[in-house]
Ligand binder design. Structure first.
Ligand code: DOR
Ligand code: ZN
Length: 439
């Protein structure tokens, strides 16, 4: 026995909400879930443990999870790990350490690396590097089009074989509706979900949300329509092809409305938002703070409310960080010139728990959006079930702390949440039955 998690209050939405002992075998798989065994004083790692089934087991380690909440491992389906090519911003090693600290047992890494992940060599490089030095599982998302140029499709069969789990040109839209249609059609037999970065570039020339704040600051604006037009196009292509589309980082209220309406008609669509869109508004740009600059931009209060409503009524299926590390070289600049993107792996769970505390959604919904739904969208094993790999997050719901980016695990510090107070954090992150983070 590799690990026993005793007295685990498992919250696996739609499946289990009970206190059990979790037995994890030497292969890192969940072997049994049993009612808690009777306590015997002085038991520690390596000692004999007799469960109610009468079977004896020697565990390498026993974790007492009393007082914590034990959930399926969190999955962040939208992360930029910057390797290969921009290792000064983040590496697979540092990014996955940040992920583990944030309670994530798996991340999907976007293909806008240097070189772009549009071929077998790059996908295999990421897979091998992650096996060598990754703290958590890394699932490469390969490009939809060669070089992210929107001109020619990549070889999806080759990418799938190399280990890609999904397709996206994230960072850029697929401008041509025809190419997007073909991408959906060719992705289907490969069983590679398509993740769409929705941006109409004819409208998205600004540097922050279009509105009174941009006017006051004298910055050029990006209207909500720059996103929602493309969301509507992709809904139409989803209907045309019958192939599911996953909409990335939804920020605008019109996008939420369009997705809600399409889902009601039965269009096989899924969507994610990022914690910053339900936590902040464009007011956070304040005094030209580049740590509040990302694409799509922080929107107005009405949009933030619509995003929250979309989470509450499950129009938005998933929460993903869009963790986008940049160094001071790209961020310590005048607002117009600064790069888009903020880090998010170490604040996502805390920001999600704030929404639960505010009554916007339930804890079960949060875990659905941070684990169950991403797993379903990506075709991964779902939940804390016997036979599944033991990817588990143990959350201390009462731990209060102040987040300091300077003490974070990411190589980069570009976050608007520096100094924020949180209640609730990952206490243990367990991948394949191994503790990869504990605090
Ligand atoms: O803010 C963003 N940063 N949005 C994107 O779409 C790309 C990302 C990045 O790669 O930095
Ligand atoms: Zn994007």
């Amino acid at each position: 026995m590799r690990l026993i998690i005793k007295n685990a209050h498992v919250m696996d939405p739609g499946h289990l909400d009970a206190v059990v002992d979790i037995y994890i075998d030497d292969e890192g798989k969940i072997l049994r879930l049993e009612p808690p065994a009777l306590e015997k004083a002085g038991r520690g790692p390596g000692e004999l443990k007799r469960g109610p089934s009468g079977k004896e087991a020697i565990a390498d380690r026993i974790i007492d999870a009393s007082g914590y909440i034990v959930t399926p491992g969190l999955i962040d389906m939208h992360v930029h790990l910057r390797e290969p090519g921009e290792e000064y911003k983040e590496t697979i090693e540092t990014g996955t350490r940040a992920a583990a600290a944030g309670g994530f047992t798996a991340v999907c890494c976007m293909p806008n690396t240097f070189p772009v992940n549009d071929n077998r060599q790059v996908t295999e490089y990421i897979v091998h590097k992650a096996a060598q030095c990754g703290s958590v599982r890394v699932y490469p998302v390969a490009a939809i089009s060669r070089g992210l140029k929107g001109e020619a499709l990549c070889d999806y069969g080759e990418l799938k074989e190399a280990g890609a789990i999904a397709l996206s040109d994230d960072g850029r839209p697929v401008v041509s509706a025809q190419l997007m249609r073909r991408a959906l059609e060719y992705s289907r037999p490969m069983k590679l979900p398509v993740i769409s970065h929705c941006e109409e570039i004819a409208l998205s020339g600004g540097v922050m949300n279009e509105g009174p704040v941009a006017t006051r600051l004298g910055l050029s604006g990006i209207p909500n329509a720059a996103e929602s037009i493309m969301v509507m196009r992709d809904i139409t292509l989803c209907e045309l092809t019958g192939v599911p589309v996953h909409i990335a980082h939804v920020s605008a209220r019109e996008s939420v409305a369009a997705i809600r309406e399409a889902k009601a008609r039965g269009v096989p669509l899924t969507a994610e938002t990022a914690p910053h869109y339900f936590s902040l508004t464009d007011e956070a740009v304040g005094a030209y703070r580049t740590h509040s600059k990302m694409y799509p931009p922080l929107r107005a209060f009405k949009d933030r409310e619509a995003i929250r409503q979309g989470l509450a009524d499950d129009t938005i299926d998933a929460i993903a960080t869009d963790h986008a590390p940049h160094s001071v070289l790209e961020k310590d600049l005048e607002f117009d010139a600064a790069a888009n993107g903020i880090i998010g792996l170490e604040t996502s769970l805390g920001l999600g728990l704030r929404l639960v505390a505010e009554g916007v959604m339930t804890f079960a919904q949060l875990i659905e959006k941070m684990s169950i739904h991403p797993a379903q969208i990506l075709g991964l094993p779902v939940g804390i079930r016997v036979g599944n790999p033991a990817d588990i997050t143990i959350i201390d719901p009462d731990a209060s702390y102040v987040y300091r980016a300077a003490n974070g695990f990411s190589k980069s510090r570009n976050t608007p949440f520096d100094g924020w107070e949180f209640k609730g954090r990952a206490k243990f992150t367990i991948v394949d039955g191994r503790v990869v983070f504990e605090v």
